[in-house]
Design a protein around this ligand. Sequence first.
Ligand code: UD1
Length: 419
Amino acid sequence: MKKIVINGGRPLQGEVTISGAKNSVVALIPAIILADEVVTLDGVPDISDVASLIDIMEVMGAKVKRYEDSLEIDPSQVKNMPMPYGKINSLRASYYFYGSLLGRFGQATVGLPGGCDLGPRPIDLHLKAFEAMGAKMSYEGNAMHLATDQAGLHGAVIYMDTVSVGATINTMLAAVKAKGRTIIENAAREPEIIDVATLLNNMGAHIRGAGTDIITIEGVDKLHGTRHQVIPDRIEAGTYIALAAAVGKGIQINNVLYEHLEGFLAKLEEMGVRMTVSEDSVYVEEQANLKAINIKTAPYPGFATDLQQPLTPLLLKAKGQGTIIDTIYEKRVNHVAELAKMSGQIKTDKNKIIYQGPNDLQGAAVKATDLRAGAALVIAGLLAQGQTQISNIEFILRGYSNIIEKLTQLGADIRLVED
Ligand code: UD1
């Protein structure tokens, strides 16, 4: 077991470059199963979720080569084998193998997805879509078995009762090679959905409307190879922008598509954060006189639930009282108790987080209970006086590419140690 040790209170300065989007790449890799030829992804982040997906793909028979941040995957020899246990249970995104295996073989036996504990995370909408397209489902121990009859999957009109990133992408994966037309209504509009649709279309799929709430997919028989650049990670970008505002003396964040962060940047401006937004970078100045604000998360283009936790240390630095309400995951409050251990005036009241600032955070021994809570603790540790020791850091390494190296380059006193 490893932990992160931070000696806080040092101002950071310099430049950092954002990696490819985790939430895209965890769907792009399973999507490649649908092709008959080699697909290359560029801009792949160096995170443990990618390593887990590569392992799973190799077990299934894919040939995978990694060159720096590129990944070349030959899916032609992938076999349809049951994947009930192992790495599959370690990440949420393993649910994308349901869609891609169903799309390629008409059946799939895949273990139930894992991932961060943010309260209940059902997959009923994914299954409802597969059933509407002709798949039958049954439980086999720890795994879900999905199968179609001889005729295979067919197109369907699918209304999503809740806006869901995972269910929207999974339905696209199953539908691209189904017979006929599929229409997804009340689809999620996240940039990662457009990225996956772009890859699939460049492989020969016919998807229209990705990025709007109605997506139409005309099924095709075959998908071919291609090369694809993964979009920058808007959540990693938002995390470094919040970090720069909290502990920076001038930090430039490169490889940022600001259009993907408009809701987040607007809330920072409301706090009084001074920054310059350019075409593909954001420069964040040293801050003073920040004001407390209220945050309410919402599906894209609203304020991203994934950025609520990384923003919290900066909110603790601001003057006044404010609230955070996470409408996507009500139970996404695991960071609150840990920040309170660092002398933050922050508590929960039912589904609301209430904070009061400004605070002088103090280093403490804390636990990363999930990926974005972990990012919040890293920022809090950099901000706090004294030493912070963060345990359970596997969560952080699941989603933040080279975080120790990137922060060290900015001047942070941060290291990974064996527990
Ligand atoms: C994705 C992201 C995650 C992000 C979340 C919301 C990935 C790998 N993960 O997760 O980082 O926090 O979007 O932006 O991309 N729901 C149902 N039934 C379902 C599916 C979802 O009720 O079948 C509910 C969820 O409980 C949640 C809401 O819908 O309240 C949105 O979840 P969803 O967008 O599906 O999240 P994920 O795709 O799992």
